[in-house]
Design a protein around this ligand. Structure first.
Ligand SMILES: Nc1ncnc2c1ncn2[C@@H]1O[C@H](COP(=O)(O)OP(=O)(O)OP(=O)(O)O)[C@@H](O)[C@H]1O
Ligand SMILES: [Mg+2]
Length: 289
């Protein structure tokens, strides 16, 4: 797979030289491949939001580089404005993203800035709103009158309407009930499957990344602590817990079985996989690994 985004030794400090200066990124080297679904997890304050805000040039590192398709995005001559359309970022707090008078205008903001025709903008708004499940009845409302879930949908629609090559979502399911979270995640997966876009999903929700991601990266104190497939990452539950992270519920059940002396894998992280293993266990009477 081709590399679409790469960071080299990225450092960032909030507050510059002030006494309250806070190091947020402490040398991040990461390669994001075209078309992958990357889950970014880590304890609160580990630098996830700061990191993703570097990927579209919203924040500038104090040292290190961000390469988009091999080009340094802060080099002279690089069109940073154009990058914002290609690397779309859905903010952690949708309120920070929504500002227009109506939902329709908000979703239209990105495509309009891309210089598309009125007809094309209208078509993209219609498609993006339908995709995230926002009905016609909300399109003329103020985004601030929407429910929490609808605000998220509107923020996601505004980014999807730009048809970005990389879709970055910072905690898109935070504060939603499990069904709302499931719906949004299904839409993100569908978007990725239809468009072939690269997705970077930042989340605290282990069940969410366990279901969706091809690869997981774990941040700790502004560094990359772990990087691998969900099997590899969830196969190290003690390490995850030491980094202040939870493991999916189903992994916990399998860890418990192991403690009870039953020889099962601890890298089990989806209910479907667990079901197959339990069936084998029941059939074979004990040895499943
Ligand atoms: N605007 C800011 N001013 C000062 N320090 C900040 C600011 N934003 C974040 N920080 C600090 O930078 C570090 C990284 O924060 P960041 O928000 O990137 O973490 P995060 O992994 O996204 O956390 P969360 O899971 O809570 O969203 C933390 O120590 C945080 O307190
Ligand atoms: Mg954050």
């Amino acid at each position: 797979m081709n590399t679409i985004l790469e960071t080299r030794d990225l450092h960032f400090v909030y507050g510059g030289n002030s006494p309250t200066a806070q190091t947020a990124l402490n040398g991040i080297n990461l390669t994001i491949r075209e078309g992958e679904f990357l889950g970014l997890i880590g304890h609160t304050g580990s630098g996830k939001t700061t990191f993703v805000q570097h990927l579209n040039g919203l924040l500038t590192p104090i040292s290190g580089q961000i390469l988009y398709r091999g080009e340094d995005i802060h080099a002279n001559g690089f069109k940073l404005r154009g990058l914002r359309f290609k690397v779309g970022l859905v903010f952690q707090y949708p309120e920070h993203q929504l500002f227009e008078e109506t939902v329709a205008r908000d979703i239209a903001f990105g495509p309009r800035n891309m210089g598309l025709s009125d007809a094309e903008v209208a078509e993209r708004v219609r498609q993006a709103a339908a995709f995230v499940g926002l009905g016609d009845d909300v399109m003329d409302k103020s985004p601030f009158d929407l429910s929490g879930g609808q605000k998220r949908r509107a923020a996601i629609a505004g980014v999807i309407a730009m048809r970005p090559e990389v879709l970055i979502l910072d905690e898109p399911t935070a504060g939603l009930d499990p069904y709302g979270a499931f719906q949004i995640l299904s839409q993100i997966r569908e978007f990725r499957d239809k468009s072939g876009s690269t997705v970077v999903l930042v989340t605290h929700n282990m069940e969410t990344v366990a279901r969706a991601a091809d690869r997981l990266v774990v941040f700790s104190q502004g560094t990359v602590a772990m990087d691998g497939t969900p099997e590899q990452i969830f196969g190290q539950p003690e390490r995850l817990e030491a980094l202040g992270l939870d493991v999916p519920q189903v992994s916990k059940v399998f860890m418990k079985l192991r403690e009870l002396g039953i020889d099962v894998e601890t890298s089990v992280y989806t209910v479907k996989y667990a079901k197959n293993l339990v069936e084998t266990l029941l059939r074979e009477g004990g040895q499943v690994c």
